[in-house]
Write a new protein. Structure first.
Length: 236
């Protein structure tokens, strides 16, 4: 992804911001928040957590850990999240996954929930996740399912190409669509098409130093969660 393409994507995210959750609910048949809650439950109350690409806070609000850092490049999207989170526990940071403004070994868990496919430099971002994690800490990447070629992959591709556009038109008022100079969801569909299979992201995690890397489908197989641990250093 070029710098221009990334900025176009950020513009698109801000344009759809007010309707983001409504569209997500429709295109996932109401499953998206169930997926978020299941993943958020993996964070313990005593953890220090980083969420990268926190957007309007749809995942952030489900985290109950004692300390949460919500990293987001768009001030507009972060402002939308403030009303739904506990300011005593959640701190908003402006920045990107490629350059996380936290010290090495400072968090127990890192979450990227429906945001990793939008990163400018995915390998550098994965390396940054590894850097800020404590030894034994875990990273979780959740995104739309992109299985290897086969029947499930074809079915999901048809859903994204054929069903998402009309569902978007249902979710977004006509007056709002008329104000858009372009269809921002076209840009979001481009990121899905460029999104590699889960095997690619497992390999990326391993290459940047993670161990115990696994992927599982979430309910209805519409999304996947890839996770890995930062190994403990040997003392022998």
């Amino acid at each position: 992804m070029s710098t221009r393409e990334w900025h176009d994507l950020m513009d698109a995210m801000e344009e759809v911001g007010p309707y983001y959750e409504r569209v997500n609910w429709l295109i996932t048949f109401g499953m998206v928040d169930r997926w978020r809650k299941k993943v958020a439950a993996l964070a313990k109350s005593e953890d220090t957590v980083l969420e990268i690409g926190s957007g309007p806070g749809n995942f952030t609000k489900h985290l109950s850990s004692k300390s949460v850092f919500a990293l987001e490049p768009s001030p507009e999207l972060s402002r939308a999240a403030v009303k739904d989170v506990d300011p005593e526990r959640v701190s908003f940071l402006r920045g990107v996954g490629e350059e996380i403004p936290l010290m090495a070994g400072s968090v127990d868990k890192v979450f990227c929930v429906f945001s990793f496919r939008d990163f400018f430099d995915k390998e550098r971002s994965m390396g940054e996740m590894h850097r800020v994690l404590k030894e034994g800490g875990e990273a979780f990447v959740v995104d739309m399912a992109k299985p290897p070629p086969g029947p499930l992959a074809k079915m999901l591709e048809v859903h994204v190409r054929r069903m998402v556009p009309p569902l978007t038109r249902v979710a977004v008022p006509a007056a709002a669509r008329e104000r858009w100079a372009r269809d921002p969801y076209a840009k979001l569909l481009e990121t899905y098409e460029a999104f590699g299979s889960t095997r690619i992201y497992e390999d990326l995690m391993k290459r940047t130093g993670f161990s115990e890397v696994t992927t599982e489908y979430l309910e209805l197989k519409g999304a996947t969660m890839t996770r890995g641990k930062k190994p403990w250093k040997s003392t022998s």
